[in-house]
Ligand binder design. Structure first.
Ligand SMILES: NC(=O)c1ccc[n+]([C@@H]2O[C@H](COP(=O)([O-])OP(=O)(O)OC[C@H]3O[C@@H](n4cnc5c(N)ncnc54)[C@H](O)[C@@H]3O)[C@@H](O)[C@H]2O)c1
Length: 266
């Protein structure tokens, strides 16, 4: 249900990116700066954030950097107020910050569950609560991009990533609902569902399996992901995938569900 919205254009637009100090978020920031987009970059890692700010500001774009914990509603509310003043109209929102939540369901502590859902799910919720109104208020063309994962459609049997997948299934569902709710408005919605991407996400995790570490080390370059995302925004595409081998797993899961539905007595 692509809405066939008018092209957004890049030059002179403004974007908010969470988790922008490294990985996919930083690659998005670099790609946007190269197209003439002003940036508000948010991250919890202040050293990496300052390095990103300095690099991006050298492109000549306006760059505002702020330490934000996306799992904290008040932190995100205050950031939205500050970005509003400093940036002016915002056209792009990337709810991208996320963390690994590897581990068997029976091994994860309650604090780990809460942290994972706090960042990966409530980070997006807080972004929609406080950043999205900035995109809607000016009444012009804008786009929200939520970063989910290929794991938002399919639970790998051997990766012990069910809890992470649960957070990303939630992001996919929130994004699908948001697409319905913003139909007929100039604000498009995309959901980025990457396969493995070569970032530091597994290195930042205490629990990432060797399987995950290896697949991420061999993953798609973040710069390639950023290009796919920007191309998708230009087309107002909803689902944005990156190279992945998940098609068979998703097909098996979908067929299993459809078979179960078909077996329900009339
Ligand atoms: N790398 C992959 O293989 C892969 C695959 C699918 C989805 N993703 C998703 O892509 C997104 C970006 O991940 P990445 O691979 O670039 O990882 P990354 O670790 O390189 O970057 C994530 C950034 O988010 C920041 N961050 C973490 N917690 C935060 C918080 N509470 N508030 C603000 N910032 C916070 C980190 O400091 C880091 O700079 C995440 O949502 C991740 O789940 C990654």
């Amino acid at each position: 249900m692509s809405a066939h919205r008018s092209p957004l254009g890049w030059q002179g637009r403004a974007a908010i990116i969470t988790g922008a100090a490294s990985g996919i978020g930083l690659a998005l920031a670099r790609a946007l700066a190269a197209r003439g987009v002003d940036l508000a970059i948010a991250d919890i890692d202040t050293d990496a954030l300052e390095a990103a700010r300095a690099e991006l500001a050298a492109t000549g774009r306006r760059v505002i950097a702020r330490r934000v914990d996306v799992s904290d509603d008040e932190d995100v509310r205050a950031a939205a107020a500050a970005f509003d003043v400093a940036l002016g109209p915002v056209h792009l929102l990337f709810n991208n910050a996320g963390i690994d939540l590897s581990g068997r369901l029976d091994a994860l502590s309650l604090a780990e569950w809460q942290r994972g859902f706090g960042v990966n799910v409530f980070g997006v919720v807080h972004g929609l609560r406080h950043f999205l109104p900035l995109l809607r208020r000016h009444g012009g063309r804008a786009q929200v991009v939520n970063t989910a994962s290929g794991a938002g459609f399919w639970v790998h049997a051997d990766a012990a990533m069910g809890a992470y997948a649960a957070t990303k299934f939630a992001v996919v569902a929130i994004s699908e609902a948001l697409e319905h709710e913003l139909a007929g408005t100039p604000v498009g919605v995309s959901v980025l569902c990457p396969g493995p991407v070569a970032t530091g996400i597994a290195a930042r995790s205490d629990r990432a399996s060797a399987l995950l570490r290896d697949s991420i080390a061999a993953g798609t370059a973040p710069e390639t992901v950023a290009t796919l995302v920007l191309d998708a925004i230009e087309r107002d595409d909803f689902y944005v995938f990156t190279p992945t081998r998940m098609a068979d797993g998703v097909r098996r899961r979908s067929e299993r569900i459809l078979d179960a539905i078909a077996r329900v007595p009339a």
